[in-house]
Ligand binder design. Sequence first.
Ligand code: ADP
Ligand code: MG
Length: 736
Amino acid sequence: MADPGPRRLRALGEIPVTQLRHVGPKRAEALASLGLETVFDLVTLYPRRYIDRTRRVDLSDLQVGDEAAVFAEVKSCSSRRTRQGRSLVEVRVVDNGESMKVVFFNQPWRAAQLVAGVQAIFFGAVSDFRGTRQMTNPVVDVIVGASGEERDPSRVGGIVALYPASGKAGITSWEMGGFIEESLKRAGPLLDPLGEDLRRDHSLVERTAAYWGIHIPAEMAEVAPARRRLVFDEFLRLQLLLALRRRRLEESSAGVRHPFDPHDLDVSPGSLADRGSSLVRQFLSAHHFALTGAQRRVLADIGADMASAVPMHRLLQGDVGSGKTVVALSTLLMSIDGGRQGAFMAPTEVLAEQHLAALRADVAGLRVRDPGVLAGERDVVVQLLTGRVKGRERQAVLAGLVEGGVDIVVGTHALLTDDVRFKALGAVVIDEQHRFGVEQRARLRDKGREHSVEALDPDLLVMTATPIPRTAAMVVFGDLDRSVLDEMPAGRRGIETRWAGAPEQVAEAWQRVRDEVAAGRRAYVICPLVEESERVEATSAVAERTRLATHELRGLSVGLLHGQMKGTEKDEVMAQFRAGDIQVLVATVVIEVGVDVAQASVIVIEDAWRFGLAQLHQLRGRVGRGDAQSYCYLLGEAPSDEGRQRLEALVASRDGFALAEVDLDLRGEGTLLGARQRGRSDLRLASLRRDEAILVEARDVALALVRDDGLAGNAELVDELRLFVDDEEAQYLFRS
Ligand code: ADP
Ligand code: MG
């Protein structure tokens, strides 16, 4: 590390940990097992918490019942077995001449960890055992190992940063702190890519101070501003990448200008639209309901995107039942109006079939110009393309797409296969986007350019009913524009949600099913989620159906739907359910998304706690789609706190966005961010919940920087971003 002058962050990513003083091959291997290979990895491994040794807890002050963190040294340690045969490790610890006993049950390995001389933090409740204070099974952070000479112990006394548990790799928190301190010392001053003005405007401390402040604070007051700066940097880098991606996409795109007239959205249903008017206008005027205000607003946004030469790249969020399908269809029709085709992709075959049926009914009577036919015009043609469409049928659909005889294709992943080509793909709508990855989204969009004779980029609309909290959306879908359907169609009756834990409540649920069926309506029963396999799940669904048909629901017509059934069988069952020949549908989660049967008014979810909150909300959304009062029963006790909170939240709220916030709280952010992007994840410190305000600031700054010059004038920032993308992407994003 001889390079003078402020060092770039990326330079730290090029220094292997083996260059540090106490890191030999063995230590390096241990660090690697924790994903720490470079000095950059080390300085961005952030403390989990701090112990302020300047305000130490005096052992003699501890009260029985206190929860405390005690820093102490192990004096002695012994292990034995209890009379019941459990392993028991007893440790005596001392601090400042006072001592305390710490005991561990069933953790025999503690004897090897907590040998005399080890200094550690013990975190737990203080109890009384035969008149002496002790801690039982506390959380332990070893600060200084038995051979505690690696790092100057004189610093124990100030503030000690505690790093994520590394017991498995055999690296103490103390050692880790030593590596990080050495890294920072040898790195010297770091180059700050944010200018003074920007820092002042956003109350950001300087970068070098931030790294020191978070790892080696002289006082606790340094930590918060340091953290703020580092969180800002994380968000900024992420938002810069998203904004750059967006900019490149727009620069390189050759979009389609679809004709669109906003007045077409103002027609009232039942009015007459003449034959010459746009398909959207004809469709809306022939429709049996008026658009909600939200649907109208969203369609106006979409129309404007469609009409512009920059391809649309938009996310439509709308709670279950908010009426996304009409929006999707109108979008596809706008594309056809301009003489192009549309593709509609759904995550399951059941849903694709349903969309196909609905779309065909909706376009009935609509005609498109086609110079290839005698009359000069023909009916709009909607075709299906799923894994099940095979052989000659498939060939016919593929040919229709290339030649232009098919206007709209509805399908599943099957649409992504290479042999699917279009004449002129104008718009792509993806339903229930959360089921698809970013890659798949991009693949379908690329179809327009690469697989379409016309070689233009189609407009893209992705829809989701899984509400994403605003902050999460900024991170996960930051490169998309967003529209929200925040209004339900009028005349909806409520869904009463009850958690039926006790047997008499369960009986009430089944009685409700009988009553609703007697009144001519229908019911779903959702079988417990089985983790092992779809096959096991199917088997248990079969058994449950038999049980219900012969017991609780005897005399009713009970059908079955699960993931192992053939496509045609599923269609048959859905058709019978729609028609009322099946009154109760016992199903696995295959019906989770999108299934729309307006007469269904009650849903019973067995072992409800096994499902995630978003999934439960989706399942519940299968009812309440008509004008009848609907019911949702959640069966079973929840064995965990978290499960209980989920069910309580569902009973309390029907608002998908409120539930999404609860979900984020309960599950943490990892799951959400997991699918965010390939490459290295940069959100190590930031929390979407806690740091929303910083995220918004960073996003604004990022957008402004990229808008100005695409970051061309900011070599330092570009350099830093290279840490987080692979070479291929870097070339795409940063070429000048
Ligand atoms: P989702 O957003 O869950 O996909 P759908 O598009 O399936 O919702 O719509 C749910 C139900 O509401 C459907 O039966 C649909 O016909 C109906 N619907 C949609 N828009 C309106 C509206 N503006 N007025 C009345 N009913 C509507
Ligand atoms: Mg839908």
